[in-house]
Design a protein around this ligand. Structure first.
Ligand code: FAD
Length: 389
């Protein structure tokens, strides 16, 4: 089989890229190779679905602004005869608690977000305590609050792009890619585990945390590791009225309120397991995450774990940000990974950007600073403090 563009991996990034390719050029032939159409282990469906403008890299802020724009009309725009993707948007707001050390950085980030038109403001510690007493604590001096930040159902977004792209003529094939095929300084296609070969002069690697393995086998080494992130679902004795924001303490532990009154709690740690491991270790919650949380938010001293799951971050160990676009030494090979903890919300802007790049169109949003060349050149592009959320 031959087509214009082959996409390896058909979750958020692969499906969104396929959709934007077809939207920009209905004549381009696109096939998406996804080895598991249930997506049981794809990071997209295992993500928390948080979308926020609170970044301090201009590209990441603009990417999220575009996400919010797209998501506002997603169900209408992506509806097909068989599926209407209701994304269940909740704008409960994200509150990033800040200690005295981080205050200047937090304010600088907020000023950039405001300058770019984002609704974000500073709350003093006393205002936080008055509005949400359970988020009172001894360590923070205040926090930045983005009332439009919130949660989206990742499965609905993935299915929306997949169904719509399929209706526009993208071929989704259940197939396990064994290897990318390189012919000198160009990509030539892929070989499947079944032994079948598929050729294309453009291959987009959207295989998430599995991307680096495929790339290194053809001599492309990127600084991305599959790292397990566990999420704990907890019930508490706390009582409140109205909506609670999602809260991030300065060290990165986060508490996301769910509709049913439970909270999702997680924390990225330097010694998180590297590899394709999906085993939740409750000891990490009891020994590390919970004590850190209570240190900041004492009201969370009584919790019961009522559920948990684990997924993989594709962690860019170089600078924590996406790596996008054609690899300098392999013509036609496009990289799309390294999203670390914030890739779900980026699928819209990234899918559009890659489609523009492949079809040689002008960019609606220039993401070239997130390109592959910075990896080759050794020029990192960090978010504030390099903190991974
Ligand atoms: C616990 C957790 C919480 C998160 N929370 C958030 C959040 O709140 N907000 C946010 O923005 N981001 C979040 N993320 C990050 C986000 O989920 C990812 O960055 C994003 O979903 C990446 O999408 P992707 O399409 O690149 O990868 P994936 O969703 O992992 O998709 C890759 C696909 O490729 C397929 N594949 C792999 N290898 C092959 C092969 N050889 N052949 C064929 N198919 C293959 C896989 O089956 C998979 O479906 C979270 C991640 C985790 C793990």
């Amino acid at each position: 089989m031959r087509c214009d563009v082959l996409i390896v991996g058909g979750a958020a990034m692969g499906s969104a890229t396929a959709y934007y390719l077809k939207r920009l050029d209905p004549a381009v032939s696109v096939a998406v190779l996804e080895r598991d159409s249930t997506y049981a282990r794809s990071s997209t469906v295992l993500s928390d679905g948080n979308v926020r403008v609170q970044f301090n890299l201009e590209e990441n802020i603009r990417i999220s602004q575009f996400a919010m724009e797209v998501l506002a009309t997603f169900a209408d725009d992506m509806e097909t005869s068989s599926y209407r993707p209701e994304v269940g948007a909740r704008h409960q707001g994200n509150l990033f608690l800040t200690d005295a050390v981080d205050r200047a950085d937090a304010l600088a980030g907020m000023e950039l977000q405001q300058a770019l038109g984002c609704e974000v403001g500073w709350l003093e510690a006393s205002e936080i305590a008055n509005s949400w007493p359970m988020f009172d604590g001894p360590r923070h001096v205040g926090g930045t609050f983005g009332p439009r930040d919130g949660s989206i159902d990742p499965s609905a977004v993935l299915r929306g792009y997949r169904q719509r792209a399929g209706a526009m003529g993208v071929e989704f094939i259940e197939a396990d890619v064994a290897a990318l095929i390189r012919d000198g300084d160009a990509v030539a296609g892929v070989r499947l585990v079944s032994g079948e070969e598929m050729s294309a002069s453009i291959v987009v690697n959207c295989a998430g945390a599995w991307s680096p393995t495929l790339l290194s086998a053809i001599g492309v080494d990127i600084p991305v590791l599959p790292i397990m992130r566990s999420v704990f679902v907890v019930a508490s004795h706390l009582e409140w009225e109205g909506d609670l924001p999602s809260v991030f303490v300065p060290s990165g532990v986060y508490v996301l309120p769910e509709r049913d009154g439970t909270f999702l709690i997680a924390w990225s740690q330097p010694d998180d397991p590297v590899g394709f491991d999906f085993t939740v270790r409750r000891s990490r919650f009891y020994d590390m995450i919970w004590p850190e949380l209570v240190e900041h938010l004492p009201a969370f001293d009584q919790l019961d774990i009522v559920g948990s799951w684990a997924g993989l971050y594709a962690v860019n160990t170089f600078d924590g940000n996406a790596i996008l676009g054609e690899w300098p030494e392999v013509r036609g090979l496009h990289v799309c990974t390294g999203f670390s903890g914030h890739g779900f919300q980026q699928c819209h802007a990234v899918g559009r950007y890659l489609a523009e790049l492949i079809l040689e169109r002008d960019h609606a949003l220039d993401l070239s600073r997130l390109g592959t060349q910075r990896i080759v050149d050794g020029n990192p592009l960090h978010e504030n403090a390099g903190r991974l959320i």
